[in-house]
Design a protein around this ligand. Structure first.
Ligand code: ARG
Length: 461
């Protein structure tokens, strides 16, 4: 099969090379970006007097026909065309004749692919952040129903202090807000037009890069062509943003998996978002959060793969860069479905308040309040207060009770400076509500945080 670039070759390419070299099987996903980019480029060529009005019309109509053929499935994607850029140009030329060959004036596939891929990634930055906003809304909703639902706050997966479930969920709201901001800032930073850089060095044709950039909706035009055709930072950024976001999803998934176990029993996933076992009829498995946790591995792999591809490349374009696309497509698709399914699973999950309460009664969650009491009321240095409280906890362990169930008489025996007013402070709800410092877990403070996230989401609309 004769190639578009075959002028200087005496032999045809081996068909094994076709399979190895081609990207058309996966870069066809970028057909909208490619056709829109070509229309804008052709418009600029006409404005600059490089194409006539008639030629522009022919090219634009032809490209729109190619677009319809792709969309109705009649377009023939051929490995021998190598990539979508050549596949589309070849079909254009077969529809409109030689004028099709003028489209590539002042352009190279190097700036063309940089444009197509960058435009795709920019669009996905927006689409993914919209999906995160929807997830955030679900989280805010769940949190709003549970600002007074006690649950053991943990460190080292050991019971630490009483918090409320709303507060716990809003920790995830904070993470996902940062994710949204990361996708948004990547969008802003990379909203720069690469088209017009041609192969690496610019072009002697009298082009107007600002015009093409404007037509395509970019904020500005790139500064250095050599960098532009080999820059894949925008792709690395979306991969990193996705990995970080998936890491957050994975942490939440891990908690949902633990919480759905009999040992915790804090939540139950809906039947719609759970799966069964092929052998054990009683099983209800959390496959959804498990897969979310698992898929985090593959998006991390995609990030490391592209970092590795890029790290040794001399300037400017090298074919290695063709390896940028599949990982990004895969991470983007993984992120999109993960965000949607997590939102649905959380929204339909039931929260078992009583079990959370029961668990809060274990592990002496309000022990820190006894130490704080000794500091505040008795003027004891915190280190000593910590020690005295340790004795109280040891006594509870001997008695087989939680510190919330310790009698005043027992407490007084530990240290006679302990007054009866300590009893209220040891109550779990009081303990939670005592944490009134900024960003703390007290219901009142949690409500403030809830409002903060609600306002944030409102502000995005
Ligand atoms: N298919 C190529 C890619 O995805 C397009 C650019 C090819 N340029 C070249 N000079 N071989 O990177």
């Amino acid at each position: 099969m004769e190639k578009m670039w075959s002028g200087r070759f005496k032999q045809n390419a081996a068909s094994l090379l076709d399979d190895f070299n081609a990207s058309i099987m996966f870069d066809r996903k970028l057909y909208q970006e490619d056709i829109n980019g070509s229309i804008a480029h052709a418009g600029m060529l006409e404005k600059q007097g490089i194409l006539t009005q008639d030629e522009l019309k022919l090219i634009v109509d032809g490209l729109n026909q190619v677009r319809s053929e792709i969309e109705d499935g009649s377009f023939e994607w051929k490995i021998s065309d190598e990539d979508l850029h050549m596949g589309i140009e070849k079909r254009l030329t077969s529809i409109i004749g030689d004028t099709g060959g003028k489209l590539h004036t002042a352009r190279s596939r190097n700036d063309q692919v940089a444009l197509d891929f960058r435009t795709y990634v920019l669009r996905k930055n927006k689409e993914i952040s919209t999906l995160i906003v929807s997830l955030l809304e679900v989280i805010i909703d769940v949190a709003g129903k549970h600002t007074d639902t006690l649950l053991p706050g943990m460190t080292h997966l050991q019971h630490a202090q009483p918090i409320n479930f709303g507060f716990h969920m809003l920790a995830y709201a904070s993470m996902f807000k940062r994710d949204i901001e990361r996708f948004e800032s990547s969008f802003e930073r990379n909203n720069i037009s690469p088209i017009g850089c041609a192969a690496l060095a610019g072009t002697p044709h009298n082009i107007d890069r600002e015009f093409t950039a404007n037509a395509l909706g970019f904020n500005s035009v790139s500064v250095n062509c050599l960098d532009t055709v080999s820059d894949r930072d925008f792709a690395l950024e979306i991969l990193f943003n996705i990995s970080t976001m998936m890491m957050h999803i994975s942490r939440l998934s891990e908690e949902v998996i633990l919480w759905s176990s009999y040992e915790f029993g804090f939540v139950e996933l809906s039947d719609e978002y759970s799966t069964g076992s092929s052998i054990m009829p009683q099983k209800k498995n959390p496959d959804v959060p498990e897969l979310l946790r698992g898929k985090t591995g593959r998006v991390n792999g995609n990030l490391i793969a592209l970092l590795t591809v890029m790290k040794g490349l001399p300037l400017a374009y090298n074919k290695d860069t063709q390896e940028d696309k599949e990982g990004v497509f895969d991470s983007v698709e993984t992120a999109e479905i993960s965000l949607e399914i997590l939102a649905r699973a959380l929204e339909s999950m039931s929260v078992k308040k009583e079990n959370m309460m029961k668990a809060s009664k274990k592990g002496h969650l309000s022990a820190t309040d006894l130490a704080d009491y000794l500091v505040d009321k008795c003027g004891i240095p915190f280190r000593q207060a910590h020690f005295i409280t340790g004795h109280a906890v040891a006594r509870c362990e001997e008695l087989g009770i939680d510190i919330t169930d310790m009698s005043y008489a027992e407490l007084h025996k530990i240290d006679e400076r302990i007054g009866e007013d300590v009893m209220d402070l040891l109550d779990l709800r009081n303990s939670m509500n005592a944490r009134m410092s900024q960003g703390g877990t007290a219901t009142e403070k949690t409500e403030e945080q809830l409002k903060y996230f609600k306002n944030y989401v409102e502000g995005l609309k």
